[in-house]
Design a protein around this ligand. Structure first.
Ligand code: FAD
Length: 288
């Protein structure tokens, strides 16, 4: 089997210590030769400048293709497009375009009167600039605000029709969840890549909370296994095995690109990649 493509998501560091940790992550994961790395945009647009700085610094320092996440939250259309323009000026060619969520506790997304009303409008505007390869979010288990599986897929189709070129999914724990979604997308006429998003389980309690918010189902057997692993100190081994098996199943089913939510902790993602057989040929080169 040929090597699958991989990509890695990071969040922007908020401190010097965090910057060193991110640099460490890049050093650990760059040898897997990712097709891109991406940097999130804090809920409510809270990391606007930090995201920009991290995207540009990673691009300049490593030469890796970097995708900047960008949301519609709490910004006018012109402010959002000015951020996009600053990426184009810095040579950034990929954007993960999202509607976004407001900050924690602030209720549901509400568009500003002068802002983009949602992801489709943002994608359309970014596509019109001609500057970007546009990736979008996709939800195999239906977005928490979604009205249903078919409506969600129709909405995803609208994002592709607006100019998106690939989608990255919310995390999920069973390969069949992804395959059901991928097959329904194809049936709906979506031909662009739907890249599965993999969340290696760093913290079982954190993952349970996060899954609850995102509507990601947790197989009962997994809950039992992580409770047992916590008791006998084998969490990391189990987390590696669970994620590696999921990757294996996806690759067996024809997936050729895996996207990892690293949470800026590289060791588990590295071990998962090694476990499903990815080789490390590249080395992080500092180009600037
Ligand atoms: P959309 O897909 O546009 O809409 C969300 C859901 O609302 C749809 O799935 C659908 O169910 C419903 N919906 C909306 N409009 C319509 C419509 N017209 N018709 C029918 N249904 C509709 N958040 C951040 O704040 N920062 C990030 O960096 C970030 N990165 C992410 C990366 C990935 C890969 C993913 C999957 C999510 C990310 N998120 C991020 C979370 C994301 O912002 C939230 O899930 C948000 O609530 C939805 O954004 P979206 O662009 O996917 O929304």
């Amino acid at each position: 089997m040929s090597q699958p493509a991989v990509s890695f998501e990071f969040f922007p560091p908020k401190s010097l210590r965090g910057s060193f940790r991110l640099w460490d992550c890049l050093g650990t994961l760059a040898p897997f030769d990712p097709s891109f790395v991406s940097v999130t945009y804090g809920a409510g647009g809270t990391t606007r400048q930090l995201t920009h700085d991290a995207v540009c610094a990673i691009g300049e320092q490593t030469g890796l293709p970097v995708a900047a996440h960008l949301t519609c939250v709490d910004a006018s259309r012109s402010e959002t497009l000015a951020i996009a323009q600053s990426y184009a000026d810095a040579g950034v060619r990929e954007i993960v375009a999202l509607r976004g969520d407001p900050p924690k506790g602030a209720g549901q997304f509400e568009a500003r009167p002068d802002g983009f009303t949602g992801s489709v409008e943002l994608i359309e505007a970014l596509a019109n600039t001609g500057n970007f390869d546009i990736r979008v979010g996709a939800y195999p288990e239906v977005h928490p605000e979604g009205v249903g599986f078919d409506a969600d897929i129709a909405h995803l189709k609208a994002k592709f029709d607006a100019g998106a070129t690939s989608a990255i999914t919310q995390f999920f724990f069973e390969a069949d969840t992804y395959f059901r979604f991928r097959d329904a997308c194809v049936k709906a006429g979506i031909t662009a890549p739907i890249i599965p998003g993999i969340l290696p389980i760093e913290s079982w309690s954190g993952t349970q909370k996060f899954a609850g918010t995102c509507g990601t189902a947790i197989p009962p057997i997994m809950a039992q296994a992580f409770d047992n692993a916590a008791r006998d100190g084998s969490h990391d081994l189990l987390a590696t095995a669970v994620a590696a098996e999921l990757c294996d199943d996806l690759l067996e089913g024809g997936v050729d690109h895996l996207h990892f939510y690293t949470l800026n902790k590289a060791a588990l993602t590295r071990d998962v990649c090694l476990a499903f057989g990815l080789s490390r040929d590249g080395a992080l080169q500092q180009v600037a």
